[in-house]
Design a protein around this ligand. Sequence first.
Ligand code: GLU
Length: 621
Amino acid sequence: MPHLTSRRLASVVPATCGLALAAGLLVAPSTAQAEAPSAAAERGRPTAKIPTAVGKGGAISTVDPEASAAGLKVLRHGGNAVDAAVAAAATLGVTEPYSAGIGGGGYFVYYDARTGKVRTIDGRETAPRTMPQDAFIDPATGKPYPFTPDLVTSGVSVGTPGTAATWDRALAKWGTLSLGEALQPAIDVATRGFVVDETFRQQTLDNEVRFRAFKATRKLFLRGGDAPAVGSVFRNPQLARTYTRLGSRGLPYFYRGKLAALIADVVRHPRTTSTTTLPVPPGHLTRKDLRTYSVRDQRATKIHYRGYTVHGMAPSSSGGTTVGEALNILERYPLGTVGTTAALHHYLEASALAFADRGTYVGDPAYVDVPTRDLLSDTFAAERACRIDPTKAMPKPTAAGDVTSYDGVCSTATATAKADADADTENISTTNLTVADKWGNVVEYTLTIEQTGGSGQVVPRHGFLLNNELTDFSTTYVETDPNRIQPGKRPRSSMSPTIVLKHGKPFLALGSPGGSTIITTVLQMIVNRIDLGMDVEQAIAAPRATQRNTASTTAEPEFITAYGPALTALGHKLVPAGDAFTSAAEIGAATAIEFGRGGLLTAVSEPTRRGGGAARVVDKR
Ligand code: GLU
């Protein structure tokens, strides 16, 4: 593959960005600034939300026009998919700071066109080494902390961030740019600012009480006492400076030295305002946790589905095993010919079964034995499929299968494991991006700081939020639970960056945010595309439902209108989507690229969810 040298690319990318950066730093105030809407409108900032782009020579899809433009610029100037993915992710850290950034973690999946292999990086946050198993028990009461507000807005839920290390690792292994070069477009956006949209303002308002609890957060995101106005320009010179230093000094800047000490200190001693009434339990993170953090190079999960090969993220994420198991179950039914109601019924049932197994068996494989091979076995799937009655929905929650004893024969099917009774507390945050380059490399990358707004704590003077990822551990400690708290462990994730190959070549790359609904969004999109005759634009736009082994199935209103009566007649109980933190009745905010004949790329993002996304191609058809 004709990799450009980073020197050649550097001579192009920073030529524009660097000037803007220098200008921005000269006038950079110490905190964020909002510029009047009218002035903002005069500048040619990328604000257009283009849900679909078709063409050649490379493509990118993210939720945000600035991030897609940053990635596109890198692709146009000869960078590869990995370079563009890091540039776009860093820009999302600026424009989507409540969903992702260097205060969090994520999972990076890469298809290498030269080798034909799919490789992954597990950049998940880790529990502090001194985190006790009763960390989520309030010492004052002896009872578990309430999930909201205590755990979500806390130091105790902050894990060691993995995102900066993920970017560094991905670039070193597969990229052509240095970290500094890849961060440059994001530095540019952080310096000159981006135009605030409805989603950004609303997410700020949704978090207002939490953000007011921390001095640094209030100063950055509630400047002047209000959330930034729609149409104003939001700058983050603190983050520009942090990225600049990360770029020039490398990972030691983040994981050793003063910044690491500051992160550990604010986690252990949250810097709250005197007026807040939020409890904000302190955490356990130390400088040693940061110093010893490392990403994991992982083997991707792999299953075969109707002639396609589906590669996903292995544990510590439950994405690859759960999407894969559900597809293995579904492959036993001719979904394309049974009619929409029957197809959706099977989709919901297979998902419930796979979630039952997820809850019982999946955790961080460095700490618990995860039977990944069994969960992805066709024989196991055949036995699990025995539980599906085509004429009526099974009672839920349903029990997990027995991975120690299965033969694929229905008559001997057993269900000895207990149902997963733990409440689903994963939130609908996170962001996802898909990139392809002209050499055929593909990146699918999901990154997060967990809840929208993470832990609510901005690292003072550094312009980024810390995660609350450890809330993904089970709240109460049970010795047999694979997702129980253990020092140093990665909490189980649902992130499901997925690359689907056909005859060894990319066919579809996709992923989504949305907590545990990520799994069902990816699963449903694959079923929509491969089984239900939708093209990729229809597959992403179609109304969604998510069955995660709970008594009722959460669904978007359009789904309930279209399919509710028929599915209710089969015994499904559909309830409208929406969570405790936002009023959005949406599930997921996916991105995808489909690979057609002759190098044709169809990049898609959400037409409406989360305000719509931004798909771009290098050469428009
Ligand atoms: N913490 C979630 C996970 O790792 C992602 C957060 C979200 O999407 O809301 O699966």
